[in-house]
Each structure stands twice: as structure tokens, then as C-alpha cells.
Design a protein around this ligand. Structure first.
Ligand code: UD1
Ligand code: UDP
Length: 363
């Protein structure tokens, strides 16, 4: 079997980390097409080296742009590539614009789409990722889900249950495979922080960054935190922080985005995490660090159900309350089902069981 795997943005790279060796071990020839949605060394290269991901076979150089420009450019380049290569399937991961572009380009030329991390729903159509998830899932021939609730979401949207495989959470597998590698990695000391003595923060979602009043509230909450805060800053957020009231000269220490292994160590050693990231909600749940998610909703509801995570509006008082609760909470909860080290091998098994083409698009 010959497949192409599309990646483009930071969370995509992490998802293919454990996947590539499992596909190779199962005898599946998998090659990577990198759209170039993320391109800075700190947003792309570092993940390939940290996770020993094979170099992409294709780098499409799409770069930044509006949603339509970015998605459309990636579609054009992927269509050309897929038409020339005609793989047995195209595997897309997550919910970013590169995911959607891959699904659209492949489905329209009759190449079956396999979606890893299918079926997550926030129910919030103002989120670009929710649009990407819904469309990608409708176009997918095989849907690989991270939680049982995702299977139910897909069935409720009319997707044939035979196409759905509950494989578990690949981000969780990556955490488990890499925690051992970072056992003695002491990253917080490099920032002058002590283990258990700081809060880790990341904020990059447009619903927070693109509303100055919300970003100001989040900044006020971090400035008032009872512990020093380390904030590795996403390039989207960087130019907006000074006007929100964070200049790096306070208890909130700013850094460039950090590599995956450093980030995992920083999450493990933090007293609590404040974030709006999808992946970090899951990783916090895996490393045992209580999390406050600054969003109105989450597609990772399972992390709240097990007691690892809580939602907060972008409001300084509410975030402060959530952080207080997180800092006081137990660091022990039940790990969600199939958030284990076998996710990538379940993906390989599902692929080998045969991808059923969508009706009418068989060759
Ligand atoms: C994208 C995803 C989001 C994901 C996030 C992970 C979509 C719609 N959004 O959001 O779901 O959570 O990635 O990090 O796909 N930039 C750089 N260097 C880079 C990449 C981006 O400077 O290497 C800057 C550019 O100014 C760019 C901005 O960041 O315009 C936003 O990048 P983009 O990929 O459009 O969206 P993200 O906010 O990163
Ligand atoms: N991450 C990282 N360095 C950082 C910030 C995040 O390695 O400075 C990792 C994080 O540990 C997780 C992934 O990036 O594995 C999440 O990506 P992001 O928050 O950008 O996107 P989302 O998951 O929200 O789509």
C-alpha cells in the first residue's frame, strides 16, 4: 500500500511522529508532503529533529495568508502532486487549513481520504478548525477517532459506521513515547524557574488574539498569577502582547516557541497550565498537570470529564478563579480510553483492513 501523509502546521508534525515508524513496520509505504503552512524553524524544523520524523518528500512552500489563499494554494499544489503520484490513499491529520486542503484536493480526484483525529466537535462554527473538521470528515473514506464520543458525533452526522475506527489519541501516544526520553531534562531552570514553581501559558487562537479586550483580560490574569508565568509565544500572538499589557518585564516571562521535547518537560514540571491550545489540553491530561482552557467551548471535552481541565471565559477574574482551582486540585485522574502506546499500530491495522472509497469515486 502506498500513501501520502499531509502535514503543514505545528500540531500536525507531532501527530505523525509516532505514526511514520508504525506505518513502515506494517509494510505501508508512506511519504510526507509538507504544505509549508508553518515554516519558521521554531514552528517546523525543530519537530522533525525532536521527533526524528523522516524529511518530507515534498515541500510545497504555501506559507501564510487568508484562509482562502492558504487553503486554495495548498489545494492547487496538492492536486498537482496527487495527480502525478496517484497514491492508494491520502492521510490527513487534525483540523488545520492544510488538513482541509488535502481532503478537498484528494476527494475531488477520487483518491480516498483517511482522517486521523476525526469526529472531534466543539459545536462552534465561528472556529475555523470546526469548519475544517466538518468538511474533512464528510470527505473522508476512513475516519480514525481519538475518543468514543467522536464515533457518536460522526454517526449523528450520517457517516457510515463501517468507515469509523476508534484508534485512540495519537498525541497521547507521542507523550508516552517521549516522556522517558526527557526524564532528566530540566528546561525550567534555563528560564530561572523551579520545578512545580511556575505556570505555563500559551495563547494563539484568533478568538483570543484578535479581540484586544479579550487579550487584555488574559494578560491581566497572567500578570496577577500567584506564581511566575512562562509564556512561549506563537508568532500570531507576538506582535499583540505589548498593547495587551505584557512586555516581558514582569512575572510573565516571554520566550520564542520552544521545541516539542522542551515543551513536554515544561508541561510536566509546571504547577498548572493556562492555554487555548487543543494539543496542550490533551498533553496536560497525559503528564498530570491541571489545565485552564481559555475558550468558550472545547472539542476535547473528555479532558474536562476526567477532571484534568476546566474552561474559562477570557475574563481576568474567571481565569484567576480557574487557575486557583487548578493549583489546588489533585494531579491524579483517569487516563481516557485508548490514550496509549498502540494508537499508531491501530492506524496501520485499519489501513491494511482496506479503505472503502466514497460512493461513486472508485477508479
Ligand atoms: C494554525 C491553525 C490552528 C492551529 C495552529 C497551531 C488553521 C486555520 N489554524 O493557526 O488550528 O492551532 O496553526 O499552531 O489552520 N506565522 C509565522 N511563522 C510561521 C507560521 C505562522 O510567523 O512559521 C505567523 C504569520 O504571521 C501567520 C500567522 O502566524 O499569518 C498565523 O499562521 P497560520 O498558519 O495562518 O495560523 P495559526 O494561527 O498558526
Ligand atoms: N508546542 C510546542 N512548543 C510551543 C507551543 C506548543 O512544542 O512553544 C506543542 C505542544 O506541546 C503541542 C502542540 O505544539 O504538542 C500544540 O500545537 P498548537 O498549540 O500550536 O496547536 P493546537 O493543538 O491548538 O492546534
Amino acid at each position: 500500500m502506498r500513501i501520502i501523509v499531509v502535514v503543514g502546521a505545528r500540531p500536525n508534525f507531532i501527530k505523525v511522529g509516532p505514526l511514520m515508524p508504525a506505518l513502515a513496520a506494517a509494510g505501508i509505504e508512506a511519504r510526507i508532503a509538507h504544505t509549508g503552512q508553518h515554516y519558521d524553524a521554531t514552528m517546523s524544523d525543530v519537530f522533525f529533529s525532536d521527533l526524528e520524523i523522516p524529511k518530507p518528500d515534498w515541500f510545497l512552500g504555501v506559507g501564510s495568508g487568508t484562509h482562502a489563499v492558504q487553503t486554495g494554494t495548498a489545494m492547487m499544489k496538492l492536486e498537482e502532486l496527487l495527480s502525478a503520484e496517484r497514491p492508494d490513499a491520502l492521510l490527513v491529520v487534525g483540523d488545520v487549513n492544510s488538513t482541509l486542503a488535502g481532503a478537498l484536493a484528494a476527494a475531488k480526484i477520487g483518491i480516498p481520504v483517511v482522517h486521523l483525529e476525526a469526529g472531534l466537535r466543539s459545536g462552534d462554527m465561528s472556529m475555523p478548525e470546526e469548519v475544517n473538521r466538518l468538511v474533512t470528515d464528510q470527505l473522508s473514506s476512513m475516519l480514525l477517532t481519538p475518543v468514543r464520543e467522536a464515533d457518536a458525533n460522526l454517526v449523528a452526522e450520517g457517516i457510515d459506521a463501517n468507515r469509523i475506527h476508534f484508534v485512540g489519541n495519537i498525541m497521547a501516544e507521542s507523550v508516552l513515547r517521549n516522556l522517558e526520553r526527557i526524564r532528566s531534562r530540566d528546561v525550567c531552570a534555563a528560564y530561572g524557574l523551579s520545578c512545580g514553581g511556575y505556570v505555563l501559558a500559551t495563547i494563539h487562537r484568533p478568538e483570543n488574539t484578535d479581540h484586544p479586550e479579550r487579550l487584555r483580560e488574559i494578560a491581566a490574569a497572567l500578570l496577577a498569577a500567584p506564581l511566575p508565568v512562562l509564556f512561549p509565544v506563537h508568532p500570531r500572538t507576538r506582535p499583540l502582547l505589548a498593547s495587551a499589557g505584557i512586555d516581558g518585564a514582569s512575572n510573565v516571562r516571554l520566550s520564542d516557541p520552544v521545541g516539542y521535547l522542551d515543551m513536554l518537560a515544561l508541561q510536566r514540571d509546571a504547577a498548572a497550565i493556562v492555554t487555548d491550545s487543543g494539543g496542550i489540553q490533551e498533553e496536560a491530561c497525559m503528564v498530570g498537570t491541571p489545565c485552564v482552557t481559555v475558550r468558550r467551548n472545547t472539542e476535547r471535552a473528555i479532558t474536562i470529564a476526567v477532571g484534568a481541565n476546566r474552561l474559562s471565559a477570557a475574563d481576568a477574574i474567571e481565569i484567576g478563579r480557574g487557575l486557583g482551582e487548578a493549583l489546588a486540585s489533585e494531579r491524579v485522574w483517569e487516563r481516557p480510553e485508548r490514550w496509549d502506546e498502540k494508537v499508531s499500530s491501530r492506524v496501520a491495522q485499519a489501513l491494511l483492513s482496506g479503505v472503502i472509497p466514497l460512493a461513486g469515486c472508485a477508479e
